[in-house]
Design a protein around this ligand. Sequence first.
Ligand SMILES: [Zn+2]
Length: 245
Amino acid sequence: MLPKRSLERKVKLQQLVNKGNFKHNITVMREGKGEIVVGRRCTSKAASDYTACGFCKKFQLKTSLWRHTKFCMARKEYFEKTEESKRIVAVKRGRSLVTNAVFSDTSENDLVSELLQHMRNDDVKTIVMSDQLICREAVLRMAALGSKADEKHDDKYRVSQATRTLGRIVQLPRETTGIPNATLTSLIEPRHFDLMVDVAKKLLTDKETPALNVGRTIGILLTKVSMSKYCLACHLLSSLERRWQ
Ligand SMILES: [Zn+2]
């Protein structure tokens, strides 16, 4: 138990409230009905003028999100633990969190199969196909490519490469560190942090992964995937709730 009236307790409680509101807002946005709950309401604004803070998940006006980030305790805590550049635009981070959570699963299978058709048949592909989180990340990236007309010729190839890198991240611990049933979901748990660092080091000399910036690429991939994991949990929770109603 955190001591009463302590700052830490206050921060944690606020985060809990934000998480609840976030989940509610995502349901509203996905179903297109109801009202979203925001940090500070402004009557003349529409739901689309708001996005979530990528750190504490509180919904803010896009135009004032930058101001919020200056005081966001969750953000402060995050940057105390990491060396990531602070310049990632707040709205960009928030938008990617929200799109990810809202994304419906109607055409997911089509997108995955389209991607897999173009992928070499090997062990990495087998892992990709059976890993829920990798598939989800692949779907989000495919969906982000937009319509066929806007697609550039190597777009799909880049998605394929990123997906295969995630596959390799799961394959290495399976083969070398005696975690035969490793999944991406299990590997991004904090207890596997050192293992992930080792995997990243091994991938540096991997023939298939381009060596340039590979550490950074893996870092970005894993951050995205953690976000997907959180949003997937939101999905599951709300579909369970619907079943109980
Ligand atoms: Zn925040």
